[in-house]
Design a protein around this ligand. Structure first.
Ligand SMILES: *Cc1c(COP(=O)(O)O)cnc(C)c1O
Length: 384
């Protein structure tokens, strides 16, 4: 067997003793699910983001579905989103027989391009679903303003952006609904997990009902019922997060500001080194100190632009486990099968062919970051 190089992944969770103790305490308690930790985590999240309500889910894909359900998405409605995202953003719309419409992205940021988004609006559009690519918030003022004028609902896929700010305001407090993920590579983790944040009571109630089979237990006007009484009022699912996961979530959330600080320090170092190299560009957020830096994405330019795959393989051979975020969603075989054509979004395609994501996570050591930097420099030199 060849000696296995140490692998430095592009993302990784940070779990400390206090996180472990929080989970143990929840496991020793009366409740494994539907206990007090769930509502505590929801309150913590809403407070942290400055939103009125939070509803936690078993993952962000479920939270996206709940958001589209709350927006009353149905047959033939259109959802405008970015092709440079994880497939769940648009998949969740397909489950409601709605049609994802992909607007192109900006070459500089990888975020949805506002002019293209505006042009994509039709009389069937119901939801705008911007994605905060790499942790850099999309152009939310313009998008929310447009949605107000046209009577559309903004569902922000902020799975990369828990802890990010937009013009001084916390992500999670701005769009009609904002969705976060707690997958291990995201800002904080609950193993699997997600949340929907909103300031709108109707969306909040709808999301909660959708999470729990559409069942309602109280608030029946004018009637008196026995205490066991409940009604299933709408069609729902079971998309609940457990108590021990919620306990982990609250524990992780306390450390989120430190996590983000560490990501910003790592990113600043990468930016400093890589912006000096030829034929290379950094996907720069609008504000270096407001991004949550979920991803650190490099773009190959000039003579390196066609060599991404070789560079990618060479880095992985050295244990630097770079990733691709993303293949434009409509290029996946399933999307082709349902009628999407290649070359739909030329800028997203161009980016997708030239980008790769470097390791960035709070526990990445300076030594490991040095290994990444030296490897990238070395490999780029080789292909120059
Ligand atoms: C991670 C992610 C999701 C899905 O999150 P899960 O919690 O794994 O369901 C959706 N959209 C984006 C942009 C993501 O990064």
């Amino acid at each position: 067997m060849p000696v296995q190089n140490k692998i430095i992944n592009y993302g990784k969770q940070t779990i400390d003793e206090d996180d472990i103790n929080a989970v143990i305490a929840a496991l020793r308690s009366e409740y494994l699910t539907q206990g007090p930790s769930v509502e505590i985590f929801e309150r913590d999240l809403a407070d942290y983001c400055g939103a009125k309500y939070a509803v936690v889910f078993n993952n962000a894909t479920s939270a996206l579905q709940a958001a589209y359900h709350a927006a009353e998405l149905s047959d033939g409605d259109e959802v405008i989103t970015s092709p440079l995202t994880f497939a769940a953003t648009s998949n969740a719309a397909l489950w409601f027989h709605a049609k994802p419409v992909f607007a192109d992205v900006e070459f500089l940021t990888g975020n949805i391009d506002f002019a293209t988004l505006e042009k994509a609006i039709s009389n069937k559009t119901r939801v705008l679903a911007p994605v905060d690519f790499a942790g850099n918030p999309a152009d939310l003022d313009q998008i929310i303003d447009l949605a107000r004028k046209k009577g559309l609902v903004v569902v922000e896929d902020a799975c990369h952006a828990l802890g990010a700010k937009y013009k001084g305001r916390m992500i999670g407090s701005l769009s009609d609904m904002t969705v976060f993920s707690f997958h291990p590579v995201k800002s904080i983790t609950t193993g699997e997990g997600g949340a929907l944040l909103t300031n709108n009571h109707k969306y909040y109630e709808s999301a909660k009902r959708f999470r729990g089979h559409g069942i309602v237990r109280d608030g029946f006007a004018g009637l008196t019922h026995a205490s066991w009484y409940y009604e299933m009022q709408t069609l729902g699912m079971n998309l609940r997060l457990t108590d021990f996961q919620s306990a982990l979530g609250s524990s992780q959330l306390k450390k989120l500001p430190n996590f983000i600080d560490r990501r910003r320090i790592i990113a600043a170092r990468y930016v400093e080194v890589f912006q000096k190299l030829p034929n290379l560009r950094v996907i720069q957020p609008n504000n270096l100190n407001e991004s949550s830096w979920h991803l650190f994405v490099l773009v190959l330019e000039g003579s390196l632009a066609t060599k991404r795959d070789q560079i990618f393989e060479e880095l992985r051979k050295r244990g630097v486990w770079v990733q691709l975020h993303y293949i434009p969603v409509y290029k996946h075989p399933y999307y082709k099968k349902i009628g999407y054509v290649n070359e739909l979004c030329p800028v997203a395609e161009k980016l997708s062919n030239r980008i790769f994501s470097l390791p960035i996570y709070p526990s990445l050591t300076n030594d490991d970051q040095n290994v990444v930097i030296d490897s990238v420099k070395d490999v780029l030199r080789k292909f120059s």
